[in-house]
Design a protein around this ligand. Structure first.
Ligand SMILES: Cc1cc2nc3c(=O)[nH]c(=O)nc-3n(C[C@H](O)[C@H](O)[C@H](O)COP(=O)(O)OP(=O)(O)OC[C@H]3O[C@@H](n4cnc5c(N)ncnc54)[C@H](O)[C@@H]3O)c2cc1C
Length: 438
């Protein structure tokens, strides 16, 4: 294409998206997490003794640090702040039940690497810290280390060094959907047990925990003011640990976007189903792809666990009513991969949301006066949330940390197009991916 035509195409493209940029500024954004219905618990938190309950914030409090969000990240931040300085008054404010976000709704993979960024020394230190945390707090989180994992490729050409291909794979996997498998190893754990342990550790450390206390307004400054529907928190510093909910609160809106997933867990498999499933031989499976991947794992009580992508919701809404269409699509996609699963009753089903950044790296560090953030774990946060929480706690208290350089504030991340352009782009891309899969 000649230079003149390229310039003309650029101008035309720019003019085409201009209305989307303008509309994005005008359209009123929906209120964030407070509009969500109560989240139904996932399998993981029903498979542990009932988690303790905490009262909502019912008075105005003055604290040294307030942490917004009580998932893996918020509970790690609270815990390490108190470990670093037991004299601090630290409060964690959670909109619903502690751990009820992605932290109890995931697949439990606990890699010792940051996905998309390789197996670095920092990542290994993060993994070691999580293990040490479990040891220090006497936790058994059913950690399985270096367990076999396969990455499954639909097309053989995309697989480097496959261990099984074609008919051999079809036979071994009892599925003819994939055409190549690449061996690997992975670590995994029981997310419900980790949440329970984090809650207990925070209680022991003296962190104040509040449930059903959504923060509806953050007023940065010195001090920072937080508003819940009925009360206020006056804090020297605030940590936002709100992952995919952060854009809905007005933070990192142009650096992060959410993707929604559905997970199903069957009843425990019979011996025959277990043999058909090949979960003994291939207990943990990731599908090769970009975002549109499926995860399979087994649970300790021999259930079949399956995650698939639902899509993207306009305006970064974090809730999703699973529709009959979603279920039908999920079932079709599942049976295309694993026909033997037909008719096996599903005991648990849930929705979960992940926060993505274009560089697959979390947004972490100061984001407004008195306010810091650690969010955007790209569907890979079981270990990373803990380590980023640890490093952020150090930064907030002005302490040194050898991996402080890991924290990367919002402006260092690539820009995500405004919501309308993003939504249209994402919907089209996801529709295309679904067609390709069908
Ligand atoms: C289906 C699925 C599968 C996944 N699988 C894996 C995996 O195998 N391995 C892996 O490493 N990672 C996985 N992840 C990602 C991992 O679960 C997340 O990265 C991690 O849980 C993020 O933790 P968090 O504490 O930052 O966020 P969350 O757990 O989402 O916690 C944020 C909390 O903030 C609260 N909140 C939001 N807004 C407000 C407000 N205004 N006021 C107060 N509280 C608020 C929410 O209620 C929520 O509890 C998966 C995620 C999903 C959804």
């Amino acid at each position: 294409m000649g230079k003149g035509r390229r310039i003309a195409a650029g101008i035309t493209g720019g003019l085409a998206v201009l209305p989307l940029f303008i509309a994005d500024r005008i359209v009123k954004k929906p209120a964030p997490v407070i509009e969500e219905q109560e989240r139904l618990p996932a399998y993981w938190t029903q498979a542990v003794p009932e988690l303790p309950r905490f009262r909502p914030l019912d008075e105005t409090i003055n604290v040294d640090v307030a942490v917004v969000g009580g998932g893996f990240t918020g509970l790690a931040i609270g815990y390490y702040l108190k470990k670093l300085d037991p004299s601090l008054r630290v409060a964690v404010l959670e909109a619903q039940r502690l751990g009820s976000g992605a932290s109890s709704r995931n697949s439990g993979g606990a890699p010792n690497y940051f996905r998309g960024h390789g197996q670095t020394e920092e990542a290994q230190r993060g993994y070691d810290l999580l293990k040490q945390f479990c040891i220090d707090n006497g936790l058994d989180v059913e950690l399985e280390e270096q367990a076999p994992m396969i990455t499954l490729h639909r097309n053989r050409e995309t697989a480097t060094n496959p261990s099984l291909v074609g008919g051999d794979l079809h036979l071994a996997l009892n599925s003819s959907y994939y055409d190549a498998a690449v061996d690997g190893i992975s670590n995994r754990l029981h997310p419900g047990k980790l949440i329970a342990g984090l809650i207990e550790a925070n209680q022991r450390a003296g962190v104040e925990l509040y449930e059903y206390s959504p923060v509806v307004e953050v007023k940065p400054g010195n001090p920072v003011w937080l508003h819940t529907p009925n009360e206020r928190v006056i804090a020297d510093q605030v940590a936002l640990a709100t992952n995919a909910y952060s854009p809905g609160m007005g933070f990192a809106t142009d650096r992060m976007f959410a993707l929604h997933h559905r997970v199903i867990v069957t009843r425990p498999l019979t011996d025959e189903e277990w043999a058909d499933s090949r979960l003994e031989q291939f207990p943990y499976r990731l599908e090769h792809g970009t975002f549109f991947t499926h995860t399979v794992r087994r649970t300790a009580d021999r259930r079949f666990f399956y995650r698939h992508l639902l899509g993207h919701r306009p305006f970064e809404r974090t809730d999703w009513n699973i529709t009959t269409d979603d279920i039908a699509y999920g079932q079709e996609a599942l049976l295309r991969r694993y026909p033997w699963a037909e008719g096996i009753p599903i005991d648990y089903e849930w929705h979960g949301v992940t926060a993505r950044t274009r560089d697959r790296w979390p947004v972490a560090g100061p984001i407004a006066e008195g306010v810091s953030i650690a969010a955007g774990f790209n569907g890979n946060g079981v270990m990373a949330t803990h380590y980023f929480g640890h490093v952020l706690a150090h930064q907030m208290l002005g302490r040194d940390h050898q991996d402080m350089g890991m924290l990367s504030p919002a402006p260092e991340h690539p820009y995500v197009p405004p919501e309308l352009a993003r939504s249209i782009g994402m919907q089209s891309w996801l529709a295309w991916e679904r067609r390709r899969d069908g």
